[in-house]
Design a protein around this ligand. Structure first.
Ligand code: ATP
Ligand code: MG
Length: 443
Protein backbone atom coordinates (compact mmCIF):
# COMPACT_ATOMS: atom_id res chain seq x y z
CA UNK A 1 0.00 0.00 0.00
CA UNK A 2 1.41 3.34 -0.98
CA UNK A 3 2.25 5.61 1.91
CA UNK A 4 1.39 9.00 0.53
CA UNK A 5 0.65 11.75 2.99
CA UNK A 6 -2.69 13.52 2.73
CA UNK A 7 -0.88 16.52 1.33
CA UNK A 8 0.69 14.45 -1.39
CA UNK A 9 -2.61 12.88 -2.26
CA UNK A 10 -4.23 16.30 -2.62
CA UNK A 11 -1.31 17.48 -4.74
CA UNK A 12 -1.81 14.53 -7.01
CA UNK A 13 -5.52 15.15 -7.32
CA UNK A 14 -4.84 18.81 -8.03
CA UNK A 15 -3.31 17.81 -11.32
CA UNK A 16 -6.65 16.54 -12.53
CA UNK A 17 -9.36 18.27 -10.57
CA UNK A 18 -9.75 21.98 -10.13
CA UNK A 19 -10.95 23.31 -6.81
CA UNK A 20 -13.16 21.10 -4.58
CA UNK A 21 -10.56 21.29 -1.86
CA UNK A 22 -12.81 20.06 0.91
CA UNK A 23 -13.66 16.90 -0.93
CA UNK A 24 -10.05 16.25 -1.81
CA UNK A 25 -8.98 16.74 1.76
CA UNK A 26 -11.61 14.44 3.19
CA UNK A 27 -10.78 11.71 0.74
CA UNK A 28 -7.07 12.10 1.39
CA UNK A 29 -7.55 11.78 5.12
CA UNK A 30 -9.70 8.71 4.69
CA UNK A 31 -6.98 7.09 2.63
CA UNK A 32 -4.26 8.03 5.06
CA UNK A 33 -6.29 6.58 7.90
CA UNK A 34 -6.22 3.31 6.07
CA UNK A 35 -2.49 3.41 6.04
CA UNK A 36 -2.28 4.44 9.69
CA UNK A 37 -4.55 1.62 10.68
CA UNK A 38 -2.39 -0.96 8.94
CA UNK A 39 0.58 0.07 11.08
CA UNK A 40 -1.25 -0.72 14.30
CA UNK A 41 -1.38 -3.94 16.33
CA UNK A 42 -4.02 -6.35 15.13
CA UNK A 43 -6.38 -5.91 18.05
CA UNK A 44 -6.74 -2.16 17.57
CA UNK A 45 -6.87 -2.63 13.82
CA UNK A 46 -10.04 -4.61 14.12
CA UNK A 47 -11.68 -1.88 16.12
CA UNK A 48 -11.03 0.92 13.70
CA UNK A 49 -13.62 1.08 10.99
CA UNK A 50 -13.43 3.54 8.14
CA UNK A 51 -15.50 6.70 8.17
CA UNK A 52 -17.59 6.59 5.07
CA UNK A 53 -17.98 9.69 2.97
CA UNK A 54 -21.00 11.33 1.39
CA UNK A 55 -20.22 13.76 -1.41
CA UNK A 56 -22.86 16.29 -2.23
CA UNK A 57 -22.69 18.42 -5.31
CA UNK A 58 -24.57 19.08 -8.52
CA UNK A 59 -23.81 17.15 -11.63
CA UNK A 60 -20.49 17.47 -13.43
CA UNK A 61 -18.46 19.08 -10.66
CA UNK A 62 -15.99 16.27 -10.16
CA UNK A 63 -17.49 13.80 -7.67
CA UNK A 64 -16.89 10.70 -9.69
CA UNK A 65 -13.65 12.05 -11.05
CA UNK A 66 -12.13 12.44 -7.59
CA UNK A 67 -13.00 8.91 -6.62
CA UNK A 68 -11.73 7.47 -9.87
CA UNK A 69 -8.41 9.25 -9.82
CA UNK A 70 -7.80 8.40 -6.25
CA UNK A 71 -8.43 4.70 -6.64
CA UNK A 72 -6.20 4.58 -9.68
CA UNK A 73 -3.40 6.32 -7.90
CA UNK A 74 -3.46 4.15 -4.81
CA UNK A 75 -3.82 0.85 -6.61
CA UNK A 76 -6.76 -0.05 -4.41
CA UNK A 77 -9.48 -2.35 -5.60
CA UNK A 78 -12.26 -0.05 -6.66
CA UNK A 79 -15.74 -0.33 -8.08
CA UNK A 80 -18.24 2.30 -8.96
CA UNK A 81 -21.89 1.42 -8.90
CA UNK A 82 -25.09 3.31 -9.44
CA UNK A 83 -27.51 3.09 -6.56
CA UNK A 84 -30.52 3.31 -8.85
CA UNK A 85 -29.49 0.03 -10.52
CA UNK A 86 -30.63 -1.87 -7.49
CA UNK A 87 -34.18 -0.66 -7.40
CA UNK A 88 -35.44 -3.28 -9.80
CA UNK A 89 -34.06 -6.43 -8.29
CA UNK A 90 -35.84 -9.46 -9.56
CA UNK A 91 -36.72 -7.91 -12.89
CA UNK A 92 -33.64 -6.44 -14.47
CA UNK A 93 -31.82 -5.11 -11.46
CA UNK A 94 -29.04 -6.61 -9.48
CA UNK A 95 -28.86 -7.51 -5.86
CA UNK A 96 -26.93 -5.18 -3.65
CA UNK A 97 -24.35 -7.75 -2.64
CA UNK A 98 -23.15 -7.93 -6.20
CA UNK A 99 -21.18 -4.75 -5.64
CA UNK A 100 -19.01 -6.58 -3.16
CA UNK A 101 -18.56 -9.45 -5.56
CA UNK A 102 -17.52 -6.99 -8.25
CA UNK A 103 -15.01 -5.53 -5.86
CA UNK A 104 -13.53 -8.95 -5.23
CA UNK A 105 -13.20 -9.62 -8.96
CA UNK A 106 -11.52 -6.29 -9.44
CA UNK A 107 -9.17 -7.00 -6.60
CA UNK A 108 -8.24 -10.40 -7.91
CA UNK A 109 -7.57 -8.96 -11.35
CA UNK A 110 -5.37 -6.35 -9.77
CA UNK A 111 -3.30 -8.94 -7.96
CA UNK A 112 -3.17 -11.11 -11.04
CA UNK A 113 -1.84 -8.27 -13.16
CA UNK A 114 0.79 -7.56 -10.56
CA UNK A 115 1.83 -11.18 -10.51
CA UNK A 116 2.00 -11.26 -14.28
CA UNK A 117 4.19 -8.21 -14.20
CA UNK A 118 6.59 -9.62 -11.64
CA UNK A 119 6.71 -13.01 -13.37
CA UNK A 120 7.05 -11.45 -16.77
CA UNK A 121 10.46 -12.89 -17.54
CA UNK A 122 9.37 -16.38 -16.49
CA UNK A 123 6.25 -16.14 -18.61
CA UNK A 124 8.19 -14.88 -21.61
CA UNK A 125 10.71 -17.65 -21.19
CA UNK A 126 7.95 -20.26 -21.16
CA UNK A 127 6.30 -18.83 -24.25
CA UNK A 128 9.49 -18.65 -26.26
CA UNK A 129 10.49 -22.17 -25.27
CA UNK A 130 7.13 -23.57 -26.35
CA UNK A 131 7.39 -21.89 -29.71
CA UNK A 132 10.95 -22.97 -30.40
CA UNK A 133 10.04 -26.54 -29.54
CA UNK A 134 7.47 -26.41 -32.33
CA UNK A 135 9.95 -25.04 -34.82
CA UNK A 136 12.81 -27.45 -34.53
CA UNK A 137 12.44 -31.22 -34.54
CA UNK A 138 12.86 -32.81 -31.15
CA UNK A 139 16.01 -34.61 -30.20
CA UNK A 140 15.61 -38.37 -30.55
CA UNK A 141 16.12 -40.44 -27.43
CA UNK A 142 19.64 -41.57 -26.77
CA UNK A 143 21.23 -39.09 -29.10
CA UNK A 144 24.97 -38.77 -29.04
CA UNK A 145 26.63 -36.00 -27.15
CA UNK A 146 27.55 -34.25 -30.34
CA UNK A 147 23.98 -34.32 -31.58
CA UNK A 148 22.87 -32.92 -28.29
CA UNK A 149 25.23 -30.01 -28.55
CA UNK A 150 24.11 -29.31 -32.07
CA UNK A 151 20.54 -29.38 -30.92
CA UNK A 152 21.25 -26.94 -28.16
CA UNK A 153 23.01 -24.47 -30.36
CA UNK A 154 20.30 -24.51 -32.98
CA UNK A 155 17.74 -24.18 -30.22
CA UNK A 156 19.58 -21.11 -29.03
CA UNK A 157 19.76 -19.61 -32.52
CA UNK A 158 16.08 -20.18 -33.16
CA UNK A 159 15.28 -18.72 -29.80
CA UNK A 160 16.99 -15.47 -30.70
CA UNK A 161 15.08 -15.36 -33.96
CA UNK A 162 11.78 -15.84 -32.18
CA UNK A 163 12.60 -13.20 -29.60
CA UNK A 164 13.58 -10.68 -32.24
CA UNK A 165 10.36 -11.36 -34.11
CA UNK A 166 12.15 -12.46 -37.27
CA UNK A 167 9.88 -15.46 -37.68
CA UNK A 168 6.65 -13.83 -36.54
CA UNK A 169 4.95 -14.52 -39.84
CA UNK A 170 5.50 -18.29 -39.80
CA UNK A 171 2.63 -20.52 -38.86
CA UNK A 172 2.71 -23.13 -36.19
CA UNK A 173 0.20 -25.41 -34.62
CA UNK A 174 -0.48 -24.98 -30.93
CA UNK A 175 -2.87 -26.47 -28.47
CA UNK A 176 -5.34 -23.72 -27.90
CA UNK A 177 -5.54 -22.91 -24.23
CA UNK A 178 -8.53 -24.55 -22.63
CA UNK A 179 -11.45 -22.28 -22.25
CA UNK A 180 -11.13 -20.65 -18.92
CA UNK A 181 -13.76 -21.62 -16.43
CA UNK A 182 -14.29 -18.14 -15.27
CA UNK A 183 -17.87 -17.38 -15.91
CA UNK A 184 -21.00 -16.42 -14.15
CA UNK A 185 -21.25 -12.74 -13.52
CA UNK A 186 -21.40 -11.26 -10.11
CA UNK A 187 -25.15 -10.85 -10.09
CA UNK A 188 -25.60 -14.58 -9.77
CA UNK A 189 -25.43 -16.19 -6.39
CA UNK A 190 -22.08 -17.90 -5.94
CA UNK A 191 -23.72 -21.26 -5.25
CA UNK A 192 -25.22 -21.31 -8.71
CA UNK A 193 -21.98 -20.30 -10.32
CA UNK A 194 -20.25 -23.17 -8.55
CA UNK A 195 -22.74 -25.67 -9.92
CA UNK A 196 -22.33 -24.24 -13.39
CA UNK A 197 -18.61 -24.50 -13.18
CA UNK A 198 -18.56 -28.08 -12.14
CA UNK A 199 -20.94 -28.95 -14.96
CA UNK A 200 -18.72 -27.15 -17.41
CA UNK A 201 -15.68 -29.00 -16.13
CA UNK A 202 -17.32 -32.30 -16.86
CA UNK A 203 -18.10 -31.26 -20.40
CA UNK A 204 -14.75 -29.75 -21.18
CA UNK A 205 -12.81 -32.67 -19.77
CA UNK A 206 -14.88 -35.20 -21.62
CA UNK A 207 -14.37 -33.49 -24.94
CA UNK A 208 -11.34 -34.36 -27.06
CA UNK A 209 -8.28 -33.34 -25.13
CA UNK A 210 -6.74 -30.46 -26.93
CA UNK A 211 -8.02 -28.34 -29.70
CA UNK A 212 -5.19 -27.74 -32.11
CA UNK A 213 -5.07 -24.47 -33.84
CA UNK A 214 -2.87 -23.08 -36.58
CA UNK A 215 -1.71 -19.58 -35.88
CA UNK A 216 1.15 -17.29 -36.74
CA UNK A 217 3.95 -17.10 -34.25
CA UNK A 218 2.97 -13.58 -33.48
CA UNK A 219 -0.49 -14.72 -32.38
CA UNK A 220 0.97 -17.72 -30.63
CA UNK A 221 3.01 -15.45 -28.43
CA UNK A 222 -0.16 -13.85 -27.13
CA UNK A 223 -2.15 -17.06 -26.82
CA UNK A 224 0.60 -18.90 -25.03
CA UNK A 225 0.96 -16.04 -22.61
CA UNK A 226 -2.53 -16.76 -21.32
CA UNK A 227 -1.65 -20.40 -21.05
CA UNK A 228 1.59 -19.56 -19.29
CA UNK A 229 0.03 -17.33 -16.72
CA UNK A 230 -2.47 -20.06 -15.93
CA UNK A 231 0.32 -22.56 -15.48
CA UNK A 232 2.92 -20.43 -13.74
CA UNK A 233 0.84 -18.22 -11.52
CA UNK A 234 -0.37 -19.49 -8.23
CA UNK A 235 -4.08 -18.85 -8.60
CA UNK A 236 -4.88 -19.90 -5.06
CA UNK A 237 -2.46 -17.36 -3.70
CA UNK A 238 -3.83 -14.72 -6.04
CA UNK A 239 -7.36 -15.42 -4.93
CA UNK A 240 -6.64 -15.25 -1.26
CA UNK A 241 -4.48 -12.17 -1.66
CA UNK A 242 -7.22 -10.60 -3.78
CA UNK A 243 -9.83 -11.32 -1.16
CA UNK A 244 -7.62 -9.92 1.54
CA UNK A 245 -6.92 -6.79 -0.42
CA UNK A 246 -10.56 -6.16 -1.12
CA UNK A 247 -11.31 -6.66 2.54
CA UNK A 248 -8.61 -4.33 3.81
CA UNK A 249 -8.30 -1.77 1.06
CA UNK A 250 -11.39 -1.94 -1.11
CA UNK A 251 -13.31 1.16 -2.03
CA UNK A 252 -16.88 1.08 -3.20
CA UNK A 253 -18.19 4.21 -4.78
CA UNK A 254 -21.96 4.43 -4.77
CA UNK A 255 -23.04 7.04 -7.24
CA UNK A 256 -26.49 8.59 -7.56
CA UNK A 257 -27.35 7.79 -3.99
CA UNK A 258 -29.83 10.66 -4.02
CA UNK A 259 -31.89 8.68 -6.50
CA UNK A 260 -32.81 6.18 -3.83
CA UNK A 261 -33.69 8.81 -1.26
CA UNK A 262 -37.40 9.26 -0.85
CA UNK A 263 -38.08 12.94 -0.62
CA UNK A 264 -40.43 13.72 2.22
CA UNK A 265 -42.04 16.65 0.45
CA UNK A 266 -42.94 15.01 -2.82
CA UNK A 267 -43.79 11.62 -1.47
CA UNK A 268 -47.46 11.28 -1.79
CA UNK A 269 -46.38 7.87 -2.92
CA UNK A 270 -43.84 6.09 -0.78
CA UNK A 271 -41.47 4.22 -2.97
CA UNK A 272 -40.92 0.81 -1.45
CA UNK A 273 -38.22 -0.26 -3.85
CA UNK A 274 -36.03 2.72 -3.10
CA UNK A 275 -36.34 2.26 0.61
CA UNK A 276 -35.74 -1.40 0.14
CA UNK A 277 -32.45 -0.71 -1.53
CA UNK A 278 -31.43 1.54 1.33
CA UNK A 279 -32.24 -1.23 3.77
CA UNK A 280 -30.30 -3.73 1.72
CA UNK A 281 -27.34 -1.41 1.75
CA UNK A 282 -27.28 -1.11 5.52
CA UNK A 283 -25.69 -4.42 6.45
CA UNK A 284 -23.11 -4.14 3.73
CA UNK A 285 -22.03 -0.66 4.72
CA UNK A 286 -22.20 -1.58 8.38
CA UNK A 287 -20.09 -4.65 7.94
CA UNK A 288 -21.25 -8.16 7.19
CA UNK A 289 -20.09 -11.24 5.38
CA UNK A 290 -20.76 -11.61 1.69
CA UNK A 291 -20.34 -14.85 -0.16
CA UNK A 292 -18.43 -14.73 -3.37
CA UNK A 293 -17.35 -17.55 -5.57
CA UNK A 294 -13.81 -17.02 -4.36
CA UNK A 295 -14.72 -17.23 -0.72
CA UNK A 296 -16.51 -15.06 1.74
CA UNK A 297 -15.47 -11.54 2.53
CA UNK A 298 -16.14 -9.25 5.44
CA UNK A 299 -17.16 -5.75 4.48
CA UNK A 300 -16.27 -4.03 7.76
CA UNK A 301 -13.18 -2.29 6.49
CA UNK A 302 -14.26 -1.47 2.99
CA UNK A 303 -14.47 2.26 2.47
CA UNK A 304 -17.75 3.43 1.03
CA UNK A 305 -18.00 6.74 -0.72
CA UNK A 306 -21.40 7.77 -1.91
CA UNK A 307 -22.27 10.72 -4.05
CA UNK A 308 -25.32 12.49 -5.25
CA UNK A 309 -26.59 15.81 -6.49
CA UNK A 310 -29.43 15.94 -3.96
CA UNK A 311 -31.45 18.38 -6.01
CA UNK A 312 -34.83 16.84 -5.43
CA UNK A 313 -34.07 15.23 -2.14
CA UNK A 314 -31.82 15.90 0.81
CA UNK A 315 -29.41 13.66 2.64
CA UNK A 316 -31.93 13.71 5.48
CA UNK A 317 -34.38 11.94 3.18
CA UNK A 318 -32.30 8.83 3.38
CA UNK A 319 -33.40 6.47 6.10
CA UNK A 320 -31.75 7.52 9.36
CA UNK A 321 -29.73 4.35 9.76
CA UNK A 322 -28.11 4.92 6.41
CA UNK A 323 -27.41 8.57 7.05
CA UNK A 324 -25.53 7.54 10.13
CA UNK A 325 -23.33 5.22 8.13
CA UNK A 326 -21.95 8.15 6.17
CA UNK A 327 -20.63 10.45 8.88
CA UNK A 328 -18.36 12.54 6.69
CA UNK A 329 -20.22 15.01 4.50
CA UNK A 330 -18.50 17.12 1.93
CA UNK A 331 -20.03 19.59 -0.42
CA UNK A 332 -18.62 20.24 -3.83
CA UNK A 333 -18.98 23.71 -5.21
CA UNK A 334 -20.53 24.60 -8.50
CA UNK A 335 -17.98 25.56 -11.07
CA UNK A 336 -17.67 29.23 -11.96
CA UNK A 337 -16.09 30.79 -15.01
CA UNK A 338 -12.59 30.77 -13.58
CA UNK A 339 -12.86 27.16 -12.60
CA UNK A 340 -14.04 26.26 -16.07
CA UNK A 341 -11.12 28.16 -17.54
CA UNK A 342 -8.70 26.31 -15.30
CA UNK A 343 -10.25 22.99 -16.16
CA UNK A 344 -9.45 23.65 -19.80
CA UNK A 345 -5.97 24.98 -19.23
CA UNK A 346 -4.49 23.57 -16.07
CA UNK A 347 -5.51 19.94 -15.84
CA UNK A 348 -3.38 17.10 -17.06
CA UNK A 349 -4.77 15.76 -20.33
CA UNK A 350 -7.35 18.51 -20.38
CA UNK A 351 -10.10 18.50 -22.93
CA UNK A 352 -8.21 20.98 -25.12
CA UNK A 353 -5.13 18.77 -25.13
CA UNK A 354 -7.37 15.89 -26.14
CA UNK A 355 -8.73 17.76 -29.15
CA UNK A 356 -5.26 18.87 -30.15
CA UNK A 357 -3.99 15.31 -29.95
CA UNK A 358 -6.94 13.90 -31.90
CA UNK A 359 -6.52 16.33 -34.77
CA UNK A 360 -2.79 15.92 -34.71
CA UNK A 361 -3.40 12.39 -35.90
CA UNK A 362 -4.86 13.89 -39.07
CA UNK A 363 -1.90 16.19 -39.48
CA UNK A 364 -3.86 19.26 -38.47
CA UNK A 365 -2.39 21.54 -35.87
CA UNK A 366 -4.94 23.50 -33.87
CA UNK A 367 -4.08 26.27 -31.51
CA UNK A 368 -6.45 27.76 -28.96
CA UNK A 369 -5.80 31.41 -28.27
CA UNK A 370 -6.05 32.44 -24.68
CA UNK A 371 -8.95 34.83 -25.11
CA UNK A 372 -10.75 32.13 -27.07
CA UNK A 373 -10.45 29.88 -24.04
CA UNK A 374 -11.69 32.70 -21.82
CA UNK A 375 -14.65 33.14 -24.13
CA UNK A 376 -15.38 29.43 -24.04
CA UNK A 377 -15.39 29.49 -20.26
CA UNK A 378 -17.70 32.48 -20.17
CA UNK A 379 -20.12 31.00 -22.68
CA UNK A 380 -20.14 27.69 -20.87
CA UNK A 381 -20.93 29.52 -17.68
CA UNK A 382 -23.72 31.42 -19.47
CA UNK A 383 -25.21 28.27 -20.81
CA UNK A 384 -25.06 26.65 -17.40
CA UNK A 385 -26.93 29.57 -15.91
CA UNK A 386 -29.53 29.84 -18.62
CA UNK A 387 -30.38 26.21 -19.06
CA UNK A 388 -29.29 23.55 -16.66
CA UNK A 389 -26.11 23.56 -14.62
CA UNK A 390 -24.23 20.52 -15.87
CA UNK A 391 -20.86 21.69 -14.64
CA UNK A 392 -17.75 20.81 -16.57
CA UNK A 393 -19.65 18.53 -18.90
CA UNK A 394 -20.88 21.70 -20.58
CA UNK A 395 -17.40 22.22 -21.92
CA UNK A 396 -17.71 19.09 -23.99
CA UNK A 397 -20.89 20.19 -25.72
CA UNK A 398 -19.63 23.70 -26.30
CA UNK A 399 -16.24 22.73 -27.57
CA UNK A 400 -17.71 20.12 -29.85
CA UNK A 401 -19.75 22.88 -31.52
CA UNK A 402 -16.67 24.99 -32.12
CA UNK A 403 -14.45 22.24 -33.43
CA UNK A 404 -17.09 20.30 -35.32
CA UNK A 405 -16.44 21.72 -38.77
CA UNK A 406 -12.69 21.52 -38.50
CA UNK A 407 -13.02 18.00 -37.27
CA UNK A 408 -15.28 17.02 -40.15
CA UNK A 409 -13.04 18.52 -42.82
CA UNK A 410 -9.79 17.50 -41.22
CA UNK A 411 -8.62 15.70 -44.32
CA UNK A 412 -8.85 18.93 -46.31
CA UNK A 413 -6.72 20.80 -43.81
CA UNK A 414 -3.85 18.37 -43.67
CA UNK A 415 -0.59 20.10 -42.82
CA UNK A 416 -2.32 23.33 -41.86
CA UNK A 417 -2.24 25.20 -38.63
CA UNK A 418 -5.65 26.40 -37.53
CA UNK A 419 -5.95 29.08 -34.91
CA UNK A 420 -9.11 29.10 -32.86
CA UNK A 421 -9.65 32.68 -31.77
CA UNK A 422 -12.28 34.60 -29.92
CA UNK A 423 -14.14 35.54 -33.10
CA UNK A 424 -14.56 31.95 -34.18
CA UNK A 425 -15.86 30.96 -30.75
CA UNK A 426 -18.41 33.75 -30.74
CA UNK A 427 -19.42 33.09 -34.31
CA UNK A 428 -20.20 29.47 -33.54
CA UNK A 429 -21.87 29.94 -30.20
CA UNK A 430 -23.40 33.37 -29.70
CA UNK A 431 -26.62 32.73 -31.57
CA UNK A 432 -27.23 29.46 -29.85
CA UNK A 433 -26.64 30.74 -26.36
CA UNK A 434 -28.62 33.93 -26.94
CA UNK A 435 -31.67 31.93 -27.71
CA UNK A 436 -32.60 29.98 -24.65
CA UNK A 437 -34.92 27.58 -26.42
CA UNK A 438 -32.34 26.66 -29.00
CA UNK A 439 -29.71 26.30 -26.31
CA UNK A 440 -31.83 23.85 -24.42
CA UNK A 441 -31.80 21.50 -27.35
CA UNK A 442 -28.40 21.97 -28.83
CA UNK A 443 -26.07 22.42 -25.92
N1 ATP B 1 -13.44 20.31 -10.71
C1 ATP B 1 -13.13 19.70 -11.86
N2 ATP B 1 -11.89 19.77 -12.37
C2 ATP B 1 -11.57 19.15 -13.51
N3 ATP B 1 -12.44 18.46 -14.26
C3 ATP B 1 -13.69 18.34 -13.83
C4 ATP B 1 -14.11 18.97 -12.60
N4 ATP B 1 -15.41 18.69 -12.42
C5 ATP B 1 -15.77 17.95 -13.45
N5 ATP B 1 -14.77 17.73 -14.32
C6 ATP B 1 -14.86 16.98 -15.57
O1 ATP B 1 -16.23 16.86 -15.92
C7 ATP B 1 -16.60 15.53 -16.23
C8 ATP B 1 -17.71 15.07 -15.33
O2 ATP B 1 -17.30 15.03 -13.99
P1 ATP B 1 -17.76 13.91 -12.97
O3 ATP B 1 -17.95 12.64 -13.68
O4 ATP B 1 -16.83 13.92 -11.83
O5 ATP B 1 -19.16 14.50 -12.52
P2 ATP B 1 -20.02 14.14 -11.25
O6 ATP B 1 -19.79 15.20 -10.24
O7 ATP B 1 -19.75 12.75 -10.84
O8 ATP B 1 -21.49 14.31 -11.82
P3 ATP B 1 -22.80 13.35 -11.70
O9 ATP B 1 -23.55 13.84 -10.51
O10 ATP B 1 -23.52 13.63 -12.97
O11 ATP B 1 -22.35 11.96 -11.59
C9 ATP B 1 -15.36 14.70 -16.10
O12 ATP B 1 -14.91 14.44 -17.39
C10 ATP B 1 -14.36 15.58 -15.36
O13 ATP B 1 -13.10 15.41 -15.91
MG1 MG C 1 -20.81 10.99 -11.18
Amino acid sequence: MKSMTPREIVEYLDQYIIGQNDAKKTVAIALRNRYRRMQLPKEIQDEIIPKNILMIGSTGVGKTEIARRMAKMMGFPFVKVEASKYTEVGFVGRDVESMVRDLVSDSINLVKEEQKESNKSQIDEYVIKKIVEKLIPPLPKGASEQKQEEYESSFERMKQKVIKGEVDHLKIEIEAPKKSLDFGDSSMPPEIIKVQESLAKVFINSSKDDIKKEVTIKEAKELLKIDASDKLLDMDMIKSEGLKRAEEGGIIFIDEIDKIAVSASSSNRQDPSKEGVQRDLLPIVEGSSVNTKHGSIKTDHILFISAGAFHLSKPSDLIPELQGRFPLRVELNSLDEDALYSIMTKTKNSILTQYIALLDVEGVEIVFEDDAIRALARLAQNANEKTEDIGARRLHTILERVVEDISFDADMHKGEKIVIDKELVHKKLDDIIENEDVARYIL
